[in-house]
Design a protein around this ligand. Structure first.
Ligand code: BG6
Ligand code: MG
Length: 214
């Protein structure tokens, strides 16, 4: 029986995954890496800012100091946060509102479990914050997905055992994190073919809720 659903944010609730990609692409061009592309961005889903930077840098042949890497990550974040200025409830992905209503009507708790340190800002701008019983994000954790930490923190904040939580994820790292945390996993979008997931769907609009929650 599922008592709580923990949602990844970028690419599950909000279309910010595209904005992450555009910001990394701009940074990559600025530092002379022209081969960084959308396929590389798939590997950045769910992983921390610094780990995502490594995905960009491995497309080039230069080595950088830790301070240089921190400056590049900050530059990317500034580009990304600027692109969030116009973010609104209109950027919430199809099916999200209905899915949240469906589970809340059945007394199931809700949380966000996101690697992003910008999660609180995004939840506020998209008006999703009030729909969540707890938020666990990059500001609460030290280990990046596929470590289960971000989801275990969410479960703890909700007061629900991990085995009674279902994670919704669009990244392979996130599905691995959910399963190693002992949770049920629903894969959507880019992760929909992940064989480790318990359930999959193209998006939250296509989930067979009766099958999962009956
Ligand atoms: C995840 C994204 O949600 O957040 C990753 O899928 C991103 O691509 C990570 O790197 C960290 O985000 P932020 O906003 O803290 O840089
Ligand atoms: Mg995601």
């Amino acid at each position: 029986m599922i008592k709580a659903v923990i949602f990844d944010l970028d690419g599950v609730l909000v279309s910010t995954d595209v904005l992450h990609y555009k910001a990394w692409k701009q940074l990559a061009e600025e530092i002379g890496i022209h081969s960084y592309c959308e396929a590389d961005n798939v590997r950045q889903r769910g992983v921390s800012r610094m780990a995502s930077l490594e995905v960009v840098l491995e497309k080039g042949d230069k080595t950088y100091t830790e301070d240089e890497k921190l400056a590049m990550a900050e530059r990317k974040n500034n580009i990304y946060v600027k692109s969030l200025e116009t973010l609104s409830a209109a950027d919430v992905l199809p099916g999200v509102e209905e899915f949240i209503k469906y589970i809340k009507d059945r007394g199931i708790l809700t949380a966000v479990g996101s690697a992003s340190k910008n999660a609180p800002l995004i939840l506020e701008k998209t008006e999703l914050l009030s729909s969540m019983d707890a938020v666990s994000c990059g500001l609460d954790t030290t280990k990046s997905k596929p470590d289960p930490e971000v989801f275990l923190v969410a479960a703890k904040k909700l007061g629900v055992d991990p085995e009674l939580c279902m994670v919704v994820e669009d990244s392979d790292a996130g599905i691995k994190a959910a399963k190693s945390g002992g949770m049920t996993a629903l894969a959507v979008g880019a992760a929909k073919d992940n064989s480790e997931a318990d359930y999959s769907a193209e998006s939250l609009a296509e989930v067979d809720c009766e099958k999962i929650f009956a």
